[in-house]
Design a protein around this ligand. Structure first.
Ligand SMILES: Nc1ncnc2c1ncn2[C@@H]1O[C@H](COP(=O)(O)OP(=O)(O)OP(=O)(O)O)[C@@H](O)[C@H]1O
Length: 347
């Protein structure tokens, strides 16, 4: 439904040029919810604005529903943009228009009759839970209600694609959940394809089918959400995951960590395991086979789109050779092992 082919975007020129996107290839199949996550300044907003050509790519081609937007003239593009609804972090509502009139606006611009507009707007207000707010003004609404108006307005022209630019970043966690549920409902009921950008793993985890990770204008990793959360392919992906799971070693331990192993140190490891390895009795096996005592410092289990993900930070307490063998055993399993550092033995 959405295809970007080798899309690049440079702002400015000469010594002040900023390359915001570089050779982005992206395909979002019809009816799916695709997330793009990245740190601030990575190029997320530029990417999503290149889809409906609010920003024109410096190079590359953009297709929506088989039509190449980058090949259209201005009038054709205005028409084609009806295929792409968009919502924003700060809602972008017209403050001097009522809820009803905000949602009606795209239809007025398309010169639809008052009757046709009414027939379209009222069901959208029902769908977004705003039927009783039609005559109110944006200033009288909560953030979540404003975003619902923006969603209804984005759907008014019957788009095939909804672009969401950090749509929940200005909302509290509870309101975020209700807006994400609404987006999911719209995706399922209307078969709408959704491309969203976010810096929040929670958003990706909650509703996306696939996710891309953008860094310095490049798409560095792309995967199904279950795979991304259980086995990110890049270091940045793993950092996002560790932040999301809040599985950082406690500060008191960080202060004791040494980079190099010494004659009297134990390694501290972070283990991430998914699928079958979750149920493997690892700790008893390390004790039985290698004589290692495992001191668990932190642990947690998450369920992500039906897949189980286990995490643990642990100190492996044994002699140097036993510890080396224990690490080799751990690495032979279907799990990710990271040695965070070494601590002096206290035994
Ligand atoms: N209009 C512009 N003119 C010049 N540089 C720009 C412009 N818009 C964005 N940039 C630069 O392009 C890069 C990517 O910016 P972009 O806004 O796409 O990132 P982002 O991932 O959306 O960041 P954030 O999450 O902070 O909004 C940044 O270095 C930014 O400074």
């Amino acid at each position: 439904m959405i295809t970007l082919e080798r899309v690049s975007k440079t702002y400015g020129s000469g010594g002040r040029a900023v390359q915001a996107l570089e050779d982005i290839d992206l395909t979002v199949p019809k009816g799916t919810i695709h997330g793009v996550i990245g740190l601030s300044g990575a190029g997320k907003s530029t990417l999503i604005r290149c889809v409906n050509l609010l920003e024109r790519p410096s190079a590359g081609r953009v297709f929506v529903d088989g039509q190449e937007l980058t090949a259209l003239d201005a009038a054709q593009l205005r028409q084609a943009r009806h295929q792409c609804g968009m919502i924003f972090q700060h809602f972008n509502l017209l403050t001097n228009r009522s809820v009803y009139d905000n949602v009606a606006l795209p239809l007025e611009l398309m010169r639809e009759s008052r009757e046709a507009i009414r027939e379209r707007v009222m069901p959208l207000l029902e769908l977004t839970g705003l039927a009783d707010k039609a005559r109110q003004y944006p200033a009288e609404l909560s953030g979540g209600q404003k975003q619902r108006v923006a969603i209804a307005r984005a759907l008014a022209s019957r788009p095939k694609v909804l672009l969401c630019d950090e749509a929940t970043s200005a909302l509290d966690p509870q309101t975020t959940t209700s807006i994400l549920s609404l987006l999911q409902e719209i995706n399922q009921q209307l078969g709408l394809t959704i491309l969203l950008i976010t810096h929040e793993m929670e958003v990706v985890k909650s509703i996306c089918h696939r996710v891309g990770l953008i860094s310095d204008g490049r798409l560095v990793e792309e995967a199904d959400v279950g795979d991304f959360f259980t086995a990110p392919a890049t270091r940045l992906g793993r950092e996002f995951l560790n932040d999301f799971l809040e599985l950082e070693p406690p500060q008191a331990l960080v202060e004791r960590l040494e980079a190099e192993a010494g004659p009297h140190t134990h390694p501290v490891v972070r283990l991430t395991f998914s699928g079958d390895s979750v149920s493997t009795p690892l700790i008893s096996r390390l004790a039985r086979e290698h004589g290692i005592d495992v001191s668990i410092l932190q642990a947690k289990v998450e369920s992500i789109q039906g897949r189980t993900l286990g995490l643990m930070i642990a100190e492996l307490m044994g002699g140097a050779e036993q510890t080396r063998q224990a690490l080799a055993t751990l690495e032979s399993f279907d799990l990710h092992v990271e040695v965070l550092g070494h601590v002096q033995r206290t035994d």
